[in-house]
Design a protein around this ligand. Sequence first.
Ligand code: V47
Length: 439
Amino acid sequence: MTDLMTTLPVQPGPQTDPKLGSIAEKVQHGVRLNAEDGIALYQSSDLWGVCELANLARRRMHGDVAYYNVNRHLNYSNICALSCSFCAFHRKKDQDGAYEYSIDEIRVEAQRAAESGATEMHIVGGLHPWLPFEYYLDMLRTIQEVAPDVHIKAFTAVEIVHLARISRRGRDGAEGIRAVLMDLREAGLGSLPGGGAEVFDDRVHDEAFKGKIRGDAWQDVHRMAHELGIHTNATMLYGHVESRPERIGHMMLLREQQDVTLQAWARTQKIPIQESINSHGQMEPAVVLTGPEKMYPEDRLPLLGTCQTGWYQTCIPLPFIPDDSELQHLYGPTGVENLRTMAIARLMLDNVPHMKAFWIMQTLPLSQLMLQVAGADDIDGTIVWYDITKVDGAGTHQETSVADLHRVIREAGLRPVERDTLYRHVKRQGAEWTAHSLP
Ligand code: V47
C-alpha cells in the first residue's frame, strides 16, 4: 500500500440525501443492494454521496490501483445483416464505406500488434452475411501463428450465435454454440468481449435493436463460455430509449448470472454467501466481493485458475453516442449521468471484479474522473484503431500512448498497473513482457 492509500478515508462521509443513509449502511457492511436501492441511487440528489460509496467499494477491491492494457482493437468488417437503430457502424455490401479485412491484412495487423508490445487483440465486427465460418477460424489461427503471445479477445455473443448458424454445428442452438466456442478456442480464442448486450429488456430490444438476439440468448452464450472455462466481459449500452429502472434490471440479471457462476468457488474459498431477492422475487444465494473484508479474487486468482470456470471479469457501461446513427435526434447521456451510472454499476455489480471506463466512448477526462471518484478501476488500453463509435468527429485512428494513460491515472491520485486480458500484472523488460498472477 502506498502512502496515498493509507491516508484515504475507509468510510464514506455524511450524505446530504437522507435517503442514502440505509444504502450507505449496507455498503459499509458489505450487504447486497436491491433493485429499489439501485433506483434510489439514480434518484438521489447527492451525486457525490453516490460516488463516494462506489469509490469505497472500489478501494476495498483494488486499493489505489488503476488498470490499463496495451492492446489493439480490430473491427474486421462493418458489413452487417442487421441495421440496429443505435449503431452507426453497420453498412450493407454495396454501401459507401463498406469494408472487410482479408486474412493477409489481419496477419499484418497481428504482426504490428506483436511488434508494438500489445498483449491483447480485441476483435469484433458486424454479422457478415457471406463470410464462411472458416474465415473466422483462419483469422484466429493466423493471429496465433504470427503473434502467439497476444491474447485474442474476440466476437460478441451476437457474433457467436451468427457463427453457430453459419457453421451449422450441433443439432440445436445450444449444441451449436458450444461446438463453435470450442472450435474457436482451439483456433486461438482466449476470451469473449462484452459487446452486444445492450439492455436486457424486451421492450428496449424491440425498439432499438430488434433482430439482434435478446438478453436471455446473450446471457446463454456467456454462460456456455463460462462453463467451458472461457472468461468474458459484459457491457450495458445506456442513454438511448431505455429507462433508468431498465438499466437496474440489466445489472440485476448480470449479477444473478455471476452469482450462479461464482457460488462453487465462493464455497471453496469460505467466502460468506448471503441471501438476496432476485429479479423474479425469489431468494437466491449472493456472492458479494465488495465488502469490508478483502474478498476480491485477485489474490486468489491462482485458485480460480484451477477451478475450470470462466466468469464475468469486467463490466463496461457504454454511453450511447448518437452521432450518425438512426437515433441521432436523441441526446446521448450527459457526463453527470455517465458518472452516476458508473458509480451505480460498481455498487450494484458487487460480484464483478472490474469496472471499465472505456475512454474511447467516455473520453479521457471523464474516464479519469470515473477512476478517481466513481468506482472504475480500468480504463482499457492504447486501442489504436476503432471504428464502432467516433466521439466529436474522431476518425478510425483513435490511439493513446502508455505515457498518456499513466498521466491520466497518476493525476487521479492512483497507481497505474499494466494488466493483460486476464488481469495478470504485466512486467516489461525492453521489448519482452511477462504476465504474473500476483503483483
Ligand atoms: O457491441 C454500438 C456498442 C459495443 C454504439 O469487453 C455503441 O472489454 C455507444 O463492446 N454508442 C462494442 N455504444 C464495444 C464493446 C467494448 C468496448 C470496450 C471494451 C469491451 C470489453 C467491450 O459498442 C457494441 C455495442 O453494444 N455500440 N453503437 C453507439 N452508437
